[in-house]
Design a protein around this ligand. Structure first.
Ligand code: ZN
Ligand code: ZN
Length: 424
């Protein structure tokens, strides 16, 4: 019995760490141990390690760690690609080694030996397709084509040039600092794929997430059917009720059946838990990316809304003052005028600019001492600005869920109507 509890604890601990690592920064986990574990895994542990390197080897030790971090997290590299291949390879190896002896079984035919291999193969193929396809790199030769496909709305996206690439930036494009290139309809830089996710490969990326979600469900279902088949083949229920004289009811049998399964098939149960957790996370990622595919920055929108509100406020004040003057016959000038608003706005902009400059200077000065930002987050987070996206009513780029998905499946810049529409 003790071994079973060790296994249950091991499973729970794995679940806790995986959930904390991947979802610990979600609002529902705020101020909970899960958020603290997430912080420790993503930032704290690395910070302690850096301090240890500094303590043990001085500046040289710290510089060596920072240099490894730079090459692993800030430059394109295949570390996470190798880890993905290792995870899928090792998981499939364990499934084959522990469970293929039961296929064919009571509920499963032999075909699952081949379909499982095919399903994993398709998953790896989608991974390779996302990793090595062009995300929609905007270059001097093709920017005009992207400009036609993604025109400026002059609300959310205004005419702009990329300071690094020295070419105009089409609406919704972004410069990826890791790959050092501008990418059309940039979504995020995916460390797992070692590639940007942009206009041309978001379809492969979403297909990858959806396929792996289905793959995990398939794996969990097959393992479940193997266990159900073993229960049937070994006549466990019959033995429990006849020889051990246990009542033939769910509540009486369940604890004994669970104890037997955990004791005899712990590998399959751990694999099932792992696959179920990963499938839930993948479903979440897929929904998140599909939902946000056409939305734009919340910060941009907030700025616009504030500006509009202030304009309305100023106009209203102006009207009230005018009416008041008309009714009372007062010659006193209105207290809040349009010019006041303009002045206030100018001061606000100046204050914002100086605050930004100050912030940049402080971060420059304390760059060495500031806590390291977790680079692990790169693989499940979108770019910082897009992280707070919400629905924007006057967003011409948002074509609704199905319109956005259609645009992902058939990128605008590859359509014949845009291919012929070069503006240069
Ligand atoms: Zn650029
Ligand atoms: Zn990139």
């Amino acid at each position: 019995m003790e071994v079973q509890w060790v296994l249950v604890c091991h499973g729970c601990l794995t679940l806790l760490i995986v959930v904390s690592f991947l979802c610990g920064n979600w609002p529902i986990f705020q101020n909970t141990p899960i958020q603290r574990i997430h912080h420790f895994i993503t930032v704290g542990a690395y910070d302690y390690f850096l301090r240890f390197a500094m303590f043990a080897f001085g500046n040289r030790g710290r510089d060596a760690v920072l240099s490894v971090e730079y090459h692993c997290c800030d430059r394109p590299n295949p570390v996470l690609q190798v880890i993905y291949l290792a995870i899928i390879g090792v998981t499939y190896y364990f499934v084959v080694k522990s469970s293929f002896i039961y296929v064919p079984g009571y509920y499963l035919s032999e075909v699952h030996r081949y379909t499982s291999f095919l399903a994993v193969g398709v998953g790896v193929l989608l991974f390779l397709l996302t990793s090595f396809s062009d995300p929609g790199t905007v270059k001097a030769e093709n920017f005009s084509q992207y400009m036609v496909a993604y025109p400026y709305d002059n609300i959310l996206y205004k005419e702009k040039e990329c300071p690094t690439c020295k070419i105009p930036k089409p609406a919704r494009s972004k410069h990826c600092s890791i790959c050092d290139r501008c990418v059309a309809r940039f979504d995020h830089h995916c460390g797992w794929m070692n590639n940007c996710i942009g206009e041309k490969n978001t379809r492969y990326f979403l297909a990858f997430l959806l396929w792996h979600f289905l793959l995990c469900l398939y794996g969990a279902a097959v393992l479940g059917l193997i266990l159900a088949g073993r229960l049937k083949e070994l006549k466990v229920i019959y033995i429990l009720t006849v020889y051990y004289e246990i009542d033939y009811s769910f509540s009486s049998l369940a604890p004994h059946v669970i104890q037997w399964l955990v004791g005899s098939y712990n590998t399959q149960i751990l694999l099932m838990v792992f696959l179920a957790v990963v499938s839930l996370l993948l479903a979440g990622f897929f929904g998140y990316h599909a939902h946000l595919s056409g939305k734009v920055s919340f910060i941009d929108k907030w700025d616009k809304a504030l500006e509009k509100f202030m304009e309305h406020e100023a106009l209203l004040q102006h009207c009230i003052s005018e009416v008041h003057r008309y009714v009372t016959g007062s010659s006193q000038l209105p207290t809040f005028k349009w010019q006041d608003y303009k002045n206030w706005k100018r001061k606000l902009n100046e204050a914002r600019a100086s605050a930004a400059a100050l912030k940049a200077r402080i971060s420059g000065m304390t760059g060495e001492r500031k806590p390291p930002r977790s680079k692990w987050k790169a693989f499940f987070q979108r770019s910082p600005l897009e992280d707070v996206e919400v629905v924007v009513e006057d967003n011409i780029y948002d074509r609704g869920l199905f319109g956005n998905l259609y645009e992902i499946a058939f990128p605008l810049s590859s359509r014949s109507s845009f291919l012929g529409g070069k503006s240069d």
